[in-house]
Structures are given as C-alpha cells and as structure tokens.
Design a protein around this ligand. Structure first.
Ligand code: C2O
Length: 550
C-alpha cells in the first residue's frame, strides 16, 4: 500500500479581506488550507504540528476511518486536543472511497479558517460518460472581521445567537459584492468546448447555500464521495459538511464572463447574513485588458434560487439517487435491528438570577437531541471506552423523544417543549454490525434552516424525508430501499424529518452532530459507540503511541 505523507503546521497568518487585516489560524499559512490529493487505497499520514497558542484537532470529514477511530479528530470524542508545540500523526487508509471530501479543524470554531479539500482519485475510471478535461475546486467559507473566538465566547456567555459573518467566500475570496473586495474575486478560466468537474465543498460554519452559474447547467454526479445517478439542474443546494461533484460544459457562444454565485438558503427573515458571494467563469478567449477583475455585475444569475426557496431545496434533494450499479452497489439495510427516533433542534434554558440572557424571551439558547444537550467530557470517549474506564459518559441515549410526538409548534416557551434540556454525555451503543435506523425529527422551534446532521465513521442511506411529524406507522412504507442517496451529512428539512439507515460496521466512537457550528456549540450532538466484533478484523486498532494526553 503506497503511503502519502503530509506536514500540516497550525500557525497564525496575517490575512486581509474586506479591508480588515487580522491574524488567522491557518495550516501552513494558507487560507483556505492546502488540498490533500490521494489515490483510493492509499495509506495517508498527516503530521500535524501545533505552532499556535491554541489547542487543535483535525478531522477528515467523510473518511470512513475503518478501525482507525484514533485518527478521526473530533476533540474529546476520539482524541484529546493537540497542545501548543505538540505533534500528532493522523494515520489512516482510504479504503473503498473515491471523490471529493473535506478536512477541517474540529476544535471550537477553528473551522472558520482551518479547512481544505480532501480529494481521492478513483481506482476505476468514473462511471459518467462525459470526458472530464479538468477539475475546479469550489470551496465555500465565511469571513468574520471580528475575532471568531470572541464571537463564539459571547454566544456561549449570553446564550444569544452569534454575530453573523461579514462575507461568504469562494476559495477564500468574497467577491465584488462586498466592500473593498473587487481584487479578492475568484476568476476561473475555462476553455470553450471542454467539460469540467466542479468539486463543490461547503465549509461555511453556519449556512446552507444555493449555488448557480449564469447560462450554464450543472450535472450532479457525486455527493459526499459517492457516485449518483447523474441529473442536470439549474442550481444546487449544499449544506455545511456536504460535497457535490458536478459536470459543467463550457458551451456558451459568444465567449464572455459568467457569474457564479452562492447565497444562503433560509426560510425566514431572521437577522441572518443574507449576502451573496460571487466569482466568474472566464472563457479563455475573453480579453480582459490587464486581467483586471470585473466590476460588480449588474445582475445575479437568473437561475440562482431565492433565499427562501424551499420548493427548490426539496425538489433538489428528492432528485438525488445512489448509482446502485453492479460496480457501485447500494448496500442499504433492507431490514433493521434498531430504530432510534430523536428530535433535533433548539432548546431554551431559563436565565439565572443576576444573569443576562440574550436568547429568545430572555432565555438562553441551547440545542439538543431528545432534549439532551451534549457536554463534551474531559477525556476522549474513545479512550474511556477502549480502556473500559466507563467514566465521563453513559451509553443510554434515550431512543425516543421525551414529549408527545408533535413538533409542529413554533413557540417552545408557550408549549413548554424543549425547555431546560438535560446537560449530559449520553451516547448510543450498538453491537458490531447492527443495522440501525435513526429518524431525525426537526422540532421547528425558532429555526429558519435545515439542520445538516453529520455522522462520523459511516456513510448512511437517506431512506425517507418529509415535512411535519414522522409517523412510525405510515412513513416507513414509503421508504426508498432501492437507490436512496448515500452520504455522510443530511440536511433535515426544517419542520420535517429524515430517516437514515446505517450499517454499523466500524468499531469505535462516532460523533453525530449538527454541522452548523453554533448548534454543535449549543449541544446538538450525541455519538454512537460500535462495539468490536468477534473477528480480529472487526476490532478497533490500539491507540497510536503519540495520541495526545488530556
Ligand atoms: Cu465535519 Cu464532526 O465534522
């Protein structure tokens, strides 16, 4: 097995955007971070050296980490943080996976600037017919003029919503619709007649995004490093943590500059960032003078969905299908051994006397699953589990919601639902090989967006989705058990539910959480522990000797 070596240094770097200069946490001084490119089947060794006065960890989002949970990265779930001056080697093999994923810091809100693409070249030629001439990475992020630690701390201290970012970015560039950003605009050259694979990654902290390119259609061929049945669309919807590969053919006559744009998908008019980031596709025959970036365009692509276009988002998600071919079969469990139903959403906590709370109705925002607001333990759960210490966590995550199963309300205070969550570290534990179903029921409280729920260590199959309350008697009859989309992050519809099925075939401890960073900080998380199986090939490997201590 060939080994690929990478050196990642966490270090500060002065970066200017929107005419604000600040110190950013980066990997090797790059913003966004370096791209990792490996071949399917490679052993990957990334040596992370921490040269900043901050703890850190790095997560390889979507990499299965078969038996190598120690290299997964979420702080206090699979490892303790890498301290200042310390080094940790992430050592894992990319088995039976190919396509586009991402890597990012998994400590605090460091993902704001510590993220990059993780690309796996396939062993076999890809199953789509169009010959791809080139690859174009499109990575979305967010830029804050303020210090991101301060934004996070203030949110946790007062329990109010966080200050929104000042710009969305494409490959770290906000584009000309933001103040002082004309020179920070992505201009991607293409050649007429060629077909490109756009590797689209949403690394933004807190927003789902729509993305479109003026005058061009996009053919979706892969999501979260899994091939799909190709379909052509005018735009895509992508949640934080998701990746989408699309084919784009440069087929426009005359040549010109074409706007690519991304804006959030939000279903209400809360004071969220509703701005738009744009870049340009530039046909190579277009003369630009001295490569001068263009002025703001007079219009956005007409195919870019409007901010509240739930119909588009729903229709887009419904078109996603696994390839389910002989070469790439769909291994969705047809039968299940366990079904867990969990609410996901915001919770409110009463404000203590002499405390200022800036959440809804003078209360404090938290978030929860089955009204359990997740607290990270002081030692990693994986270590406690492996060493059989049985401290710091419990394996009794409630398998049903605490309340009557009716979540169409909008006011938790009036309806006394999701009030005063239990702060706990309760995880689900299953034997190796369990065929598991998790129904994620959005509570719809005070929440204007989908919750992108990410599962570590496994892909899952989205067998059903719907609006309103999940009905355990009726809804399973409508599941797709033939070619459901397979991915690692599902955008659970706001005011609705999604049912996912998992083959729990990877021993270890796996974080499950909302990939909106504010919601993870507020506790919208749990985890599941997959016990080792009887065969030696079904056991978690022992911890590496350089695993950081707590
Ligand atoms: Cu991409 Cu647990 O995260």
């Amino acid at each position: 097995v060939p080994t690929r070596h990478f050196q990642f240094n966490l270090e500060w770097k002065k970066v200017t955007r929107l005419c604000h200069t600040k110190q950013l946490l980066t990997i090797n001084g790059k913003y966004p971070g370096p791209t990792i490119i490996v071949n399917e089947g490679d052993n990957v060794q990334v040596k992370v050296t921490n040269r900043a006065a901050r703890n850190t960890t790095i997560h390889w989002h979507g990499v299965r980490q078969l038996r190598t949970g120690w290299a997964d990265g979420p702080a206090y779930i699979t490892q303790c943080p890498i301290g200042t001056g310390k080094t940790y080697m992430y050592n894992f093999t990319v088995t039976d996976q190919r396509g586009t994923l991402l890597w990012h810091a998994h400590y605090s809100w460091q993902r704001a600037s510590v993220y990059g693409a993780f690309i796996i070249y396939p062993r076999m030629p890809p199953p789509f017919s169009a010959p791809v001439q080139d690859h174009i990475p499109i990575i979305f992020g967010e830029w804050w003029n303020a210090d991101v630690d301060a934004v996070e701390n203030e949110m946790m201290l007062y329990g109010g919503g966080p200050n929104v970012s000042d710009a969305y970015t494409i490959n770290g560039l906000p584009g000309p619709l933001y103040p002082c950003s004309i020179k920070d605009t992505l201009i991607q050259t293409v050649e007429r007649g060629k077909t490109y694979l756009l590797r689209i990654i949403n690394a933004a902290l807190n927003d789902e995004l729509f993305f479109a390119v003026a005058n061009h259609t996009l053919t979706v061929v892969e999501i979260d490093s899994v091939y799909t049945k190709p379909f052509t669309t005018s735009a895509i919807m992508i949640a934080p943590g998701q990746t989408t590969n699309v084919l784009l053919t440069a087929n426009q006559i005359p040549d010109g500059m074409f706007v690519m744009a991304a804006r959030p998908y939000l279903t209400s008019v809360f004071p969220f960032d509703n701005s738009t980031t744009i870049g340009f596709l530039k046909y190579n025959t277009t003369k630009l003078g001295r490569e001068k970036p263009p002025l703001p365009p007079s219009s956005l692509p007409s195919n870019l969905p409007s901010m509240e276009d739930t119909a588009f988002a729903t229709n887009f998600s419904n078109q996603l299908r696994s390839l389910a071919s002989t070469d790439y079969p769909c291994n969705v469990p047809k039968e299940i051994e366990k079904r867990v139903i969990t609410t996901i959403g915001l919770s409110l906590q009463d404000c203590h006397v002499n405390e200022t709370c800036k959440g809804y109705r003078n209360k404090r925002f938290y978030a929860s699953m089955n009204n359990q607001s997740f607290i990270r333990p002081s030692r990693s759960v994986l270590e406690s589990h492996y060493l059989k210490l049985n401290t710091g966590y419990a394996s009794d995550f409630p398998e049903k919601p605490p309340n009557v199963f009716n979540y169409t309300g909008v006011d938790p205070v009036a309806e006394n639902i999701n009030m005063n969550p239990e702060f706990s570290t309760r995880l689900l534990e299953v034997p190796f090989g369990t065929k598991l179903e998790i129904v994620l029921q959005d509570t719809n409280f005070l929440n204007p967006e989908n919750h992108p729920i990410h599962v570590h260590g496994h892909n899952f199959f989205i067998v059903g989705r719907g609006f309103g309350n999940f009905d355990v008697y009726k809804d399973p009859a409508g599941y797709n058990l033939v070619d459901p989309p397979e991915r690692n992050t599902v955008a659970v519809p706001v005011g609705g539910w999604a049912a996912i099925r998992i083959n729990a075939d990877n021993p270890g401890v796996w974080f499950i959480h909302c990939h909106l960073e504010e919601h993870t900080s507020w506790g919208l998380a749990t985890g599941f522990i997959v016990k080792s199986g009887p065969e030696s090939s079904q056991c978690l490997l022992p911890p590496p000797s350089d695993l950081p201590p707590c």
